[in-house]
Design a protein around this ligand. Structure first.
Ligand code: AMP
Ligand code: GLY
Length: 422
């Protein structure tokens, strides 16, 4: 079987790592991949947002399954183009991907499905948005409706920050058309939790829960990032809460989409806050989380290729997922300056020096091979993943791996997964 994985981050490296364990795989392409995935797959230099070019490549190279990692090609409709060409693709079509591509659309689905969501209003008019803000006050959260590369959300502690965020979105057009609609949302507090599921629009197969670490610095300080680390499962979330989320968030959302004629096939990601009054949804994504995938896929004992094929074919009802009973922790190593400006091209050393630490996997994010060296090529550079019997062992292994690796200006959080212990 021949598989193509679309995307070039650590999530896609983790997918390739997992897919390559299926013995019927004869070839994996990574589009465009990175220095890590290119040692496990053949990397191709192609514009992943050009769906027609991607489909032509898949046809010319007899690809049996294309797995789409990032949200941009999904919301642009890559799955629809592949389906129109009769090509098998894992990932939702454009309509279904609006669950991530439009926060307003996701709220409408949640409201109709009776799913607990943070209270919000959306605006296209600046004066109306400001008037609403004056009524609700701070703290409050201001969000661009569309995709904004992780920069569209501002958590505002005071009213002036909120005013400035609304102006950036609706007047200054900082996010372009993605900010034509601005959402003002109630601020919620509590631990965050990610629960994802495979779904073919009918069957929902939930994955283990995970917890991301969004802020850049220890103690959840500093600016928000794409995620500085994660762990799975989440010992503080009991079976009752987890089942509640599956039954009251994921299933009704998929059912609602189906009722509206939208057949969701792929991974549905629910990002939640566990408030005093129960779990509340902050956002949906139309794909695997990053870095959540990097801690969940190593724990998945089922064959992911079979599951993804069945998802793509609408045939998931006879499948179940088997999980390791271990714990998995990922620590992200980032470039100096990230999530602000950073420079590429720093040489990474120590990657070949991990063989004697058991149960450590390095998934590359922003890396590139230049001659015989691996250099940084992104804000998030590496995910060092440790597996262990418990959170202590998994953390110790991940950080033992981090200790061996070095590049100029690197930074990482030292408290990943401590919330699972304290
Ligand atoms: P998002 O881009 O929607 O994942 O939001 C980024 C981060 O902003 C989330 O992971 C939360 O930490 C925070 N956030 C988003 N919405 C809210 C909210 N309503 N209340 C509190 N924090 C929020
Ligand atoms: N970890 C958050 C996301 O993938 O959007």
């Amino acid at each position: 079987m021949r598989v193509m994985v679309v995307g070039g981050g650590a999530r896609e490296h983790a997918l390739i790592w997992k897919i390559s364990r299926n013995s019927s795989i004869s070839k994996i392409y990574a589009a465009p991949g990175n220095a890590g995935s290119c040692s496990a797959a053949e990397c191709i230099d192609i514009d992943v947002n050009d769906s027609e070019a991607m489909a032509r490549f898949a046809e010319d190279n007899q690809i049996d399954l294309t797995v789409v990692g990032p949200e941009a090609p999904l919301t642009a409709g890559i799955a629809d183009v592949f389906n129109a060409h009769g090509l098998r693709v894992f990932g939702p079509g454009r309509d279904a991907a609006r669950m991530e591509g439009s926060k307003k659309f996701a709220k409408e689905i949640m409201q109709k499905a009776g799913v607990a969501a943070a209270a919000s209003e959306t605006f296209t008019d600046y004066a109306a948005a400001l008037a609403y803000l004056d009524r609700v006050g701070a703290p409050v959260v201001v969000k661009a409706d569309g995709l904004a590369a992780g920069k569209g959300v501002t958590v505002c502690d005071d009213i002036n920050t909120a005013r400035a965020a609304i102006k950036e979105c609706l007047v200054d057009k900082r996010f372009g058309p993605a900010g034509d609609v601005c959402m003002i949302e109630e601020f919620l507090s509590g631990p965050e939790l990610t629960v994802m599921a495979f779904t073919d629009g009918e069957t929902v197969l939930p994955m283990l829960p995970a917890q991301d670490h969004k802020p850049a610095l220890d103690g959840d300080k500093g600016p928000n990032t794409g995620g500085m680390g994660a762990y799975s499962p989440v010992p503080k979330v009991n079976a009752e809460t987890y089942d509640w989320i599956v039954d009251n968030v994921l299933r009704p959302t998929v059912d609602q989409l189906t009722a509206e004629g939208i057949n969701y096939r792929g991974v549905l990601y629910a990002g939640l806050i566990l408030t005093d009054k129960g779990p509340v949804v902050l956002e949906f994504n139309c794909r695997f989380g990053d870095p959540e995938a990097q801690v969940i896929l190593p724990l998945l004992e089922s064959d992911i290729v079979e599951i993804m094929m069945a998802t793509a074919e609408g045939n998931l009802k006879d499948y179940k997922l088997n999980w390791s009973d271990r714990m998995c922790v990922a620590v992200v190593m980032a470039s100096a300056g990230y999530p602000g400006e950073y420079r590429n091209g720093a040489e990474i050393t120590g990657l070949d020096n991990l063989g004697d630490i058991p149960n450590v996997i390095v998934f590359h994010a922003g890396t590139k091979r230049v001659d015989d060296k691996v250099v940084t090529a992104g804000g998030r550079v590496l995910n060092v993943v440790g597996l262990g019997r418990d959170v202590h062992e998994a953390r110790d292994r991940a950080y033992a791996g981090v200790e061996r690796i070095s590049f100029d200006g690197m930074h990482f959080r030292k408290d990943i997964a401590l919330k699972a212990i304290q």
